[in-house]
Each structure stands twice: as C-alpha cells, then as structure tokens.
Design a protein around this ligand. Structure first.
Ligand code: SF4
Length: 465
C-alpha cells in the first residue's frame, strides 16, 4: 500500500534538504532527486519523506523512481532490497562498430555547424544562428505553425495538430535520447550544435503557444547537463523567448526514448511505456508535444534559412568503408545510404538497431521513409553485415540482450521476449512455434521497442526459412 507522509513528519526535515527541494520546486521529481544525490551522494529516507510531503506523492512512488535510474542511489540498507539489472551488456559486434560511427560522411543544412561547432552564443549568431527566432516573431504563430506542420520537417504532423487544437498552455519536449544505445545521431547533435535544438524549441513555443520546454537526453555527466543548461539560459534570456526550458536526463533503458516514457519521466512517474494520449493532457495535465531533437534542429534550419530542408540524419555502421553519420534526403533508400558509406554491392543490413529488422539484398531498395514506423533516430540506424550467414547469430545475441533489457511493463513482452531468447538458438527444433510467438508479440507488445524486438526475430526467421 502507498505510504503518504504527514505534516508532522515533514516538520522534522533537515533545513538543507528542505532548501534544495524548495530551490527545485518547478522541476520534475527526477531532477530534485538528482540535486539531492549531488549534495549527499545518496538519497536518505528523510530526504525522500521530505520530498514526498512537499510534492504530495507517495513514498513508494519515489522508491519506484529511484529503482529505475542508474544514477540514483539509496542508503545502503535499502539499496539491497531493490530490483537490480537496469542495463545489460550489448552484443559486442554491434557495440564496437557503433562506437566508431561518429564522423560526418555527408553534411547538409542540419549538420552545417558540425565541423566548426559554435563555442558561444556569439559564435552561433555570427554563423547565422538565431535567424529562425527573429523570423518566427515576424511571421506570427499561425503562419509559423503552417510552415512547420505542412512542410516535411516533422514526421509527426498529426501530433502537432492535436496539441495545437487542444488549446491552452502547452509543454514541448525535444527528445534527444536515442533510446537504442547504438543510435548516436542525437548525441552528436547535442554535442556539436545544441544551439539549433534550443532555437528550434523556442520557435516551436511561438508556433503552438508553449511556455515550458524540455531538452530530454540520455544520462549525462553533471557538468554536461550544466553546460547545456547554461546555453539554454543564455539563449532564452537574450531572446526574451517567453518559454522556460530545462535540460533533463532520462534513464538508460531501451524504452527511455518512447514518447510516453519521456512524458512519464518529466511527470515524475515510473519510466515505462503506457498508452495514454498526452497530446491533450500530458505533462502536468497540459497539452504536450514530443518530437526529436533532430526535428527541432531542422526547424531552426528551415525557418531561419531560404531553402527547404527535407533531410534526415542516418547512421551507417558495420561492413562499410566509412562508418559515420550521413545527412541525406528523407526519400533515400537503404541502398543509396549503403552506397555512400561504401558497402559491398548486395550486402544485407540490420535496419533500426536492436529492435529493427534484417533486410536482404532484394529489400534494400525500400525508402527509409517507408520502413514502419520510421520515427526517431533508431530507425535511421543501418548496420551492414559482412556476410549473410551473420544474420542468425546476430539475431540470437540481440534477442538475448533485448530479453534482459526490455522493461517488462506488459505481460506478452515480459514473458514472450524471454521465451523467444530461449527458443531462438534452437530454432530448428520448433521453428513454427517461434515464428508464431514472434508474430503474436509484434501485435500485442505495448510499445514500438518491444514490438520491434519481436519483428527483428521474425525478419531473421524469414531469412533462414
Ligand atoms: S512491449 Fe516490452 S518493452 Fe514495451 S512496454 Fe511491453 S514489456 Fe516493455
């Protein structure tokens, strides 16, 4: 049963803890927990009780949150009672090749500042930054909204429409968490051109009337969060943007980039997927828009520039002459991108990361746009295989990783992903059963990541059959 904290207990709280909680009064719960961690190195029961009383949430909710983040720790005696295992080791071959994929193979408007990143707002402006913000103010919100939503910038125009029609003061989240640990596009954008993402959020705030925004990232070292927060503070103050933006790091889990998880993290709920429609009632009950960091960087490029931008960032790894990031047309086919990176003709690929699917030679002519669901950086991750015989061993390894790393929030995937990982090494024993299980999970898993993990196995089975 949930434990609520009484006013009497709250009165006994240490003044320093109370001051930290008060200083972070407008921030999400996880941000306050991190501030307490930074001060004390762990979270004491007293601090959690004080926070629970201040925010009127249950203690069990706070304990559940602490158990979901690798960087939050309780005092020793409670630590041992919590479930472990938030992150499992990655399949070696995939991890090694992804870690080398940080160079820019082909640039474009979104990556224009990658080679010479701005080190200050002044440098950003000197390189043409803040033009989008200036133009956004001149255009007015309805014209601005049309330019963003009717053009090719976002892959989720319906979500933008729903938030706009919900009315009221909205919240915007730039989702810069790649989710899949192999997807690096958002990390590179944050590292080399965070200014464009922040400018894009400010512009979007004008378009849909939002007074709060978040830059949501993977777990980052404290000084990196501070660097980003300083950039945000400088830009929003100088531009008198009317939107307060915070940087918040999510958990390291595979599902952390699912939009419903992003909303849950900022709302102080357990970071697992759910099916609620947050467009009309999301963070703090307000209409909420979640789109990729890349989308907001593209907004800064499109609204601030003359030319139309219809490019996306793709990441090529594996058996290619040059691994790295390619900015190319949204309509590029898998084959086009493999050729740019120098893959051997006729090569097979795993497209979409750990929850992606294997494509054989006859399938790589598909446009990336038409690979469903094709939203988010994970879907633009292409790992080229050395040999078609690698497909099945890689599927076996990836299934084991996924079974240990998926969140377990829904029953079909919690049980099914483990069962698939057990069955896949021995597929010859019961091929039909494994195929049926994978197809069932593709239909019944709660989130795209879990359903994708099953689709990855189906695609490998197609190859061996
Ligand atoms: S499908 Fe899998 S990853 Fe998604 S919510 Fe269910 S258990 Fe979690």
């Amino acid at each position: 049963m949930d434990t609520y904290v009484t006013t009497v207990e709250r009165d006994g709280v240490d003044d320093a803890v109370a001051a930290i909680i008060a200083r972070h009064a407008t921030l999400p719960l996880v941000a306050v927990l991190r501030a307490l961690m930074q001060e004390y190195g762990h979270l004491s029961e007293g601090a959690l009780r004080a926070l629970a009383a201040d925010r009127l949430v249950s203690l069990s909710r706070l304990y559940s949150l602490v158990s979901s983040y690798d960087d939050l720790r309780l005092e020793q005696q409670y630590e041992e009672a919590l479930p472990a295992g938030k992150a499992a080791p990655l399949p070696e071959q995939l991890e090694e090749s992804a870690s080398g994929a940080t160079g820019l193979l082909q640039g474009g408007p979104i990556t224009a500042r990658f080679e010479a990143p701005a080190r200050s707002l002044e440098e950003y402006r000197a390189a043409g930054g803040m033009k989008a913000w200036k133009r956004a103010r001149d255009l007015g919100s309805s014209k601005l909204f049309s330019e963003i939503v009717l053009g090719p910038i976002t892959r989720q125009p319906d979500a933008w429409q729903r938030v706009a029609s919900a009315g009221g003061d909205a919240v915007i989240v730039a989702n810069c968490h790649g989710g899949d640990p192999l997807a690096r596009q958002e990390d590179l954008l944050l590292e080399r051109d965070p200014y464009s993402i922040v400018e894009g959020v400010m512009v979007a705030g004008q378009a849909i009337s939002a007074s709060r925004g978040f830059i949501y990232t993977r777990p980052l070292p404290g000084q990196e969060v501070e660097r980003l927060q300083a950039i945000v503070a400088e830009m929003t103050a100088l531009a008198d943007s009317g939107i307060a933006i915070e940087v918040i790091a999510g958990p390291a889990s595979l599902v952390a980039a699912e939009s419903s998880v992003v909303v849950a993290v900022i709302d102080g709920l357990r970071p697992v997927p759910n099916v609620s429609d947050f467009s009309a009632r999301g963070i703090w009950g307000r209409p909420t828009l979640v789109d990729t960091g890349e989308c907001f960087a593209a907004i800064a490029a499109v609204i601030g520039g003359e030319e139309e931008v219809n490019t996306r960032l793709y990441q090529l790894t594996g058996a290619v002459e040059r691994a790295g990031i390619i900015e190319a047309e949204a309509s590029s086919s898998v084959r086009d991108l493999m050729e740019i990176a120098g893959a051997r003709p006729g090569a097979e690929a795993l497209v979409g990361g750990l929850s992606g699917r294997f494509l054989t030679e006859g399938e790589v002519d598909q446009e990336m746009l038409h690979l469903k669901p094709a939203i988010g950086p994970r879907w633009r991750l292409i790992h080229v295989l050395e040999d078609p015989r690698d497909i099945y061993p890689m599927a076996v390894q990836t299934a084991a990783y996924n079974a240990a790393s998926l969140c377990g929030a829904c029953v079909p995937c919690r049980i099914g992903s483990v069962r698939m990982a057990e069955m896949i090494p021995e597929y010859l024993v019961d091929f039909d059963k494994l195929e049926e299980l994978a197809r069932t999970l593709e239909l019944t898993g709660l989130c795209l990541t879990g359903r994708g993990a099953a689709a990855m196995i189906s695609s490998a089975l197609r190859y061996v059959s």
